[in-house]
Write a protein that binds this ligand. Structure first.
Ligand SMILES: [Zn+2]
Length: 299
């Protein structure tokens, strides 16, 4: 059952949190003193209506993406790097039956990652809370269920890999979502995710102004230790942790340098330069690749 309210103790280690500082919306960041997981006392809201079309094309509103579709080439390049890391972990744990490997992407958005996986011989499917994004993904011929991750029912042991890219921080029950993701993976399969690192140098130097404290979208803020604990509770062992490098369009970087702090519009890109991408990282986003070793203890 999805918790309707923020937790009163740490979902990763059970410790009682302490107030840390106020975020941009005035809410207090609560921080676990033991594993350093952070969260805030978010109000009730409906994710299905929040992640609408505007969230993915929001030049006019202060949330989501300016134009997610315009970032497609860069998102695909990031996806290919992630697929290579998953393949490296799975290589020694190949399926015995010779079937094509199956991948489920939780919070698949408009489906760019799934489409890249399909091109490299994965059988793919996804779950997405946004009706707009799910429809876009289905338009690419992808098998996508529109549902909240906290409430979707997943088949046990079905997949070789379940992924959650920049998704876990949006969920109201990260422990439950990770447990469900892990139980949907066969033993020896991979759970892969990315999320911001609240213990990173960038986060510590930025304080309340850290760019990943973007409320109300982000509800939880993870540390490497809290992620390891949550994955272990779910029956997984962390196989590899990376600092994620995101590929972004060259026109996007140029516009950000020319107009710092301003909204970047797709119209501002250099003509013919939309497929040129650059690697960008602030070393504050973790990629975690874990192997399922056992069934979770929880019923
Ligand atoms: Zn904790």
């Amino acid at each position: 059952m999805t918790p309707a309210v923020p937790p009163s103790c740490c979902p990763a280690c059970g410790a009682v949190p302490r107030p840390s500082f106020q975020l941009g919306n005035g809410a207090w960041l609560l921080r676990c003193p033991r594993c350093l997981l952070g969260w805030w006392e978010w109000p009730a809201f409906d994710p299905a209506s929040f992640y609408d079309r505007d969230y993915f094309q929001s030049a006019a509103v202060s949330r989501g993406y300016n134009d997610y579709a315009a970032l497609e080439a860069a998102v695909r390049r990031t996806a290919r790097g992630r697929l290579r890391r998953i393949a490296a972990l799975l290589r020694r744990r190949a399926r015995a039956d010779g079937r094509r490997p199956c991948l489920l992407d939780l919070g698949c958005g408009t489906g760019h990652f799934l489409d890249e996986a399909r091109r490299t011989r994965w059988e793919v499917s996804g779950v997405e809370v946004s009706a707009y994004a799910a429809a876009e993904a289905r338009g690419r011929g992808l098998d996508v269920t529109c549902a909240q991750l906290e409430e979707v029912s997943l088949p046990g042991g079905e997949f070789d890999c379940v992924t959650l890219w920049d998704v876990l921080e949006h969920t109201r029950d990260p422990a439950g979502v990770l447990a469900a993701a892990a139980s949907a993976v066969r033993p020896g399969g991979v759970v892969a995710l990315s999320t911001g690192d609240i213990t990173s140098l960038c986060a510590r130097l930025s304080g309340p102004r850290w760019h990943l404290f973007n409320v109300p979208e982000h509800l939880f803020f993870f540390s490497p230790r809290s992620l390891r604990l949550l994955l272990e509770q779910a029956g997984c062992r962390v196989g590899r942790t990376t600092r994620e490098v995101n590929w972004v369009p060259l026109w996007y970087v140029i516009e950000r340098l020319r107009k710092p702090g301003r909204q970047v519009r797709r119209e501002g890109r250099a003509p013919g330069g939309s497929s040129w991408t650059l690697p960008v990282t602030l070393f504050d986003v973790l990629g975690v690749y874990a192997v399922r070793v056992a069934r979770p203890d929880t019923a």
